[in-house]
Write a protein that binds this ligand. Structure first.
Ligand SMILES: *[C@@H]1O[C@H](CO)[C@@H](O)[C@H](O)[C@H]1NC(C)=O
Length: 549
């Protein structure tokens, strides 16, 4: 009896579970075709930009997708030896005959000036870099070959920065694409996507304003936003269109139209640091994507040096583009003097072997594993230039900072750190013994900077998914294409006067003015009628009184 009972229960379980598995499952996620063909196009030759793209491209290859990458940064033999990634194919833009300056240790500090033409200079630099991208990179034989090839792709991933001339590939391969900005969103990109950029509270990243902006800052911010956008629209785009037409053919649509087709934009920022602001659902913050998931142990000499830094150590690096050895002599002297007088150790990225004079508490290296160094428990302060890679790492680690912005978005990044109370901004042009000592005292001895940095670190790390996972998901999502027809903001397609409600405001002002005018006239009429009636009544009463008399 018991046996029959248990047997029938078993049968029931089996039947029930087969029933369950045959029931139609509804799913929130549509599985991706397991192997995508992904084309990555990165025509800009700044290494700090590509450092942000590389982790995503490699991870996509790791997940089995076939990744073809056009860039100046093919995987090195070292990297290949560590991890072969056979489905990661490089199309290198480096011309072995010409060689190319990929922007490492190129910025000469002696040539940096603080002139009032800095914005014109900056636009000009952006334009010169765009010329290299369009004129040199885009005319590379490897590009011509790719255009003529019969390759097929599922999705294109490309850089968004100072030119759209590489977007010809979108037209050539006719597939959906997403763009990746290795810095703050460029003003013109907000326009193309229809992403909110109200200058009343969103500072553009060319100025380095402290939030919230005061009245004067808001004027500059508003005018600046307009001028930068106008310069891009009427100067950059028209030059790039000519080159792109030569390369991709005269039937190439307007570059602006292609830029507007972007299905998503990945951005290397995070609101915890740069402030909360509206982003469209397809504008996705993935700041910190380059931060490795594990900390490597340091070389032996570094470990020994830092382990013995019982009173804490300073990490000093001006990043990959700036050549520290071009530091003006009086500034270098001031730095050395201050370093020799503080009871702390200093670890310094310095490109020549020796400092002018040797100091026991200072160690220099031509290259340093930045993130691993920052994670050493005895590193108590980071002296940097405000590059996004470095500050993202320091924010992640929770390290207080002293930032000396030199060019580009570094002023904006540094201001953001200062805004969060996690660091001090030091003007490079005012760098002297006194200002440096003051900043170091604050960074090491004022605990509020450390507390703020640690608080910020928690906010920066706490996310629904890691930036890398998020970026992978968005790449696959755009390739699946389910959301692409609906992702575009309707605001993006309105003419400017409709977007800013100028037409509505004008009509409302007119209607209101007319209404007030009519009301005014009516009241006036009424008053005059009233006084006329009163006047009549008054004179009649007068007559009556006179009669009585
Ligand atoms: C911090 O305070 C200590 C002790 O008062 C002092 O010796 C040191 O010079 C100060 N500044 C730095 C950067 O350590």
């Amino acid at each position: 009896m018991w046996r029959i009972y248990s047997f029938s229960v078993l049968i029931l379980i089996v039947v029930f579970s087969t029933y369950c598995s045959t029931v139609n499952e509804t799913m929130f996620v549509n599985a991706t075709k397991s192997k995508l063909k992904i084309l990555g196009i990165f025509g800009h030759l700044g290494k700090s930009h590509f450092d942000m793209f590389k982790p995503l491209l490699e991870e996509l290859a790791r997940r089995g997708h076939e990744v073809t990458v056009v860039s100046y940064f093919p995987r090195t033999n070292d990297a290949k030896a560590k991890e072969p990634l056979s489905n990661y194919k490089d199309i290198s833009l480096v011309d072995p005959k010409v060689g190319v300056d990929v922007g490492v240790n190129v910025v000469d500090l002696k040539q940096m000036s603080q002139s009032s033409f800095v914005h014109i200079q900056r636009l000009n630099t952006l334009r010169l870099m765009a010329d290299v991208t369009c004129n040199t990179s885009l005319r590379h034989p490897a590009i011509t070959e790719l255009i003529r090839s019969d390759e097929k792709f599922d999705v294109i991933l490309t850089e968004n920065f100072n030119t759209d001339c590489f977007l010809g590939f979108i037209h050539r391969f006719k597939v959906p694409y997403l763009a990746f900005s290795s810095h703050q969103i460029m003003p013109w990109t907000n326009n193309d996507m229809g992403n909110e950029d109200n200058p009343s509270y969103i500072p553009i990243h060319f100025f380095g304003f402290i939030r919230p902006m005061n009245f004067l800052d808001r004027i500059t911010n508003t005018v600046g936003l307009f001028l930068y956008k106008a310069a891009y629209e009427y100067w950059f785009r028209s030059v790039d269109q000519v080159i792109a037409n030569e390369v991709f053919g005269s039937d190439l649509p307007k570059l602006q139209k292609l830029a507007q087709q972007s299905s998503a934009l990945l951005v290397s920022t995070h609101s915890s640091l740069f402030g909360s602001r509206p982003q469209l659902p397809n504008v996705v913050e993935i700041g910190g994507i380059h931060i490795p998931s594990k900390i490597n142990s340091l070389p032996k000499d570094l470990t020994e040096f830092l382990d013995s830094a019982h009173d804490g150590a300073l990490f000093f690096s001006l990043g990959s583009r700036i050549k520290s050895t071009t530091m003006p002599k009086e500034k270098l002297d001031a730095i050395l003097k201050v370093f020799s007088s503080i009871p702390r150790k200093v670890i310094w990225k310095w490109e020549t072997d020796e400092l002018p004079h040797k100091m026991d508490n200072v160690m220099t290296r031509k290259w340093l594993p930045q993130f691993d160094v920052m994670n050493h428990p005895n590193i108590k302060c980071y002296l940097g230039h405000g590059g996004l890679l470095g500050i993202s790492e320091a924010v992640y680690v929770g390290l207080p900072m002293i930032l000396m912005p030199i060019f580009g978005d570094q002023f904006h990044n540094s201001a953001a750190v200062r805004n969060r109370g996690a660091g001090i901004v030091l003007s490079f042009y005012d760098l002297n013994e006194q200002s440096l000592r003051h900043a170091l005292d604050a960074c090491f001895n004022d605990t509020s900077y450390r507390e703020n940095a640690q608080r910020l670190s928690k906010a920066y790390r706490d996310r629904p998914a890691s930036p890398l996972e998020t970026a992978v998901w968005w790449t696959e999502y755009v390739a699946r294409g389910n959301g692409n027809p609906y992702s575009r903001s309707e605001g993006a397609d309105l003419p400017w006067y409709q977007y800013h409600l100028i037409d509505v405001a004008l009509v409302l002002i007119i209607v209101f003015t007319v209404f007030i005018y009519i009301l005014f006239r009516l009241i006036k009429l009424l008053l005059s009628l009233l006084s006329a009636v009163k006047g009549k009544a008054g004179s009649q009463a007068e007559k009556k009184r006179k009669k009585k008399d």
